[in-house]
Design a protein. Structure first.
Length: 382
């Protein structure tokens, strides 16, 4: 196998056609590993990283892609050294990141990648990946461990999901708890006092209007509640502007807008990729809080996903209570820290342990301070 390093945006762009063909022929196939998602992330959210995509070829055939970048030193975040990490990391909310390998060639490809990475002797911090199953990141860690690397794996979160295989909308509803099912139907009936219109963006004009409404509704929903990091920077907003355009062109975009009496009241932003519906984000107007529009939009989009042939509805990362009213299954996400043998790897390992200890104490102190203020009635900021 021939290993090649892609270290510039132009080279990344040239991989577009081959990238998704390989992804579809791998066991890692998901929205967050598509060329469209990661290339758009690289353009707008890479934040000083240095591109280092590793490709493996056998002859002309692309066999594997390790979508990596070198993270810069960040003293403010107590990370005084560089590390390799997956493209797509950060607050954008990518889940299921991994090395992409053509099915049936995993062992040979992982061996070749591990050999190169071992020679580079750089720390790797790989997250979030799916724990278990056919995760290539875990296999890579195993090969590096055989070369005397040390590693630490921690759980990173959970992704609740609904297995929709074989379900009609009515058969799925029958699986829900009686109270939840009744509540959804009751809330839906209560909307009949409005002129209700549900729209799915299928044109560029509708996409622009629906995305603008989503951002406005999301901001309204979170204003005064501590905020949300989903769209909180200009980089994230530009990312979603461009990504939603590409997703619309590919037929992946599922951007719903609910109007009540002609006015935008709720929106849900998702994607359908490889017969999986990805629930990404939602927003609704606070004046309709009593109507449980989040509940209604979730139910309606599950129904739409079933009718469009989805085999799964994935709520993505987060253990919010509302997700478990609809879903009973979960996938666990993990983070891998991999340290090369020798003094440098030992230093990095200890530095990361120190950082975890410091940030852990900070979180505990913050929690204790907030709890004390609540208990004593001292207002925040006093």
């Amino acid at each position: 196998m021939i290993l090649e390093k892609i270290e510039d945006t132009a080279g990344f762009g040239k991989l577009r056609g081959e990238w998704n063909e390989l992804l579809e022929a791998s066991d890692s196939n998901c929205l967050f590993l598509t060329w469209e998602w990661l290339y758009t992330w690289w353009k707008h959210l890479s934040e000083g990283r240095r591109l280092l995509i590793l490709t493996l070829r056998r002859g002309e055939q692309l066999v594997a892609i390790a979508p990596l970048a070198l993270r810069p030193r960040r003293l403010a975040r107590l990370l005084p050294f560089r590390a390799l990490e997956f493209l797509g990391t950060g607050s954008v909310g990518s889940d299921y990141l991994d090395v992409i390998i053509r099915r049936g060639m995993e062992e040979e490809a992982v061996h070749a990648l591990a050999e190169y990475l071992a020679s580079e002797k750089r720390m790797l911090e790989l997250a979030p990946f799916r724990i278990g199953g056919s995760c290539s990141a875990e296999a890579l860690a195993g090969h590096l461990k055989e070369r005397d690397w040390s590693f630490r794996q921690v759980r990173f979160g959970v992704c609740p999901f609904i297995n929709l295989s074989g379900h009609s909308w009515q058969s799925y509803l029958a699986t829900l708890g009686g109270e939840h099912r009744h509540n959804f139907k009751r809330r839906l009936r209560q909307l009949t006092k409005f002129a209700v219109r549900s729209e799915l963006a299928v044109s560029e004009e509708q996409r622009r209007e629906a995305l603008e409404a989503l951002l406005a509704l999301h901001d309204l929903r979170w204003r005064g509640r501590g905020g949300s990091n989903a769209f909180h920077t200009s980089g994230l907003r530009v990312f979603h502007e461009e990504l939603s355009q590409l997703a619309l062109q590919r037929g992946w975009l599922k951007l719903f807008l609910l109007r009540l009496d002609g006015q935008p009241a709720a929106s849900l932003y998702g994607f359908m990729y490889d017969r999986r519906f990805y629930f990404y984000q939602q927003g609704f107007h606070p004046r309709h809080a009593r109507h449980s529009l989040g509940l209604i939009m979730t139910g309606l989009t599950i129904q739409a996903a079933i009718e469009q042939g989805a085999k799964e509805y994935d709520f993505l990362r987060g253990d919010e209570e509302f997700k478990f009213r609809w879903a009973v299954d979960v996938r666990e996400l993990g983070r891998l820290e991999l340290y090369p043998p020798g003094p440098r790897g030992l230093f990095w390992n200890h530095a990361m342990r120190w950082r975890r200890a410091v940030t852990g104490v900070g979180r505990r102190l913050l929690t204790d301070a907030v709890a004390e203020r609540v208990a004593t009635g001292v207002p925040r900021g006093a």
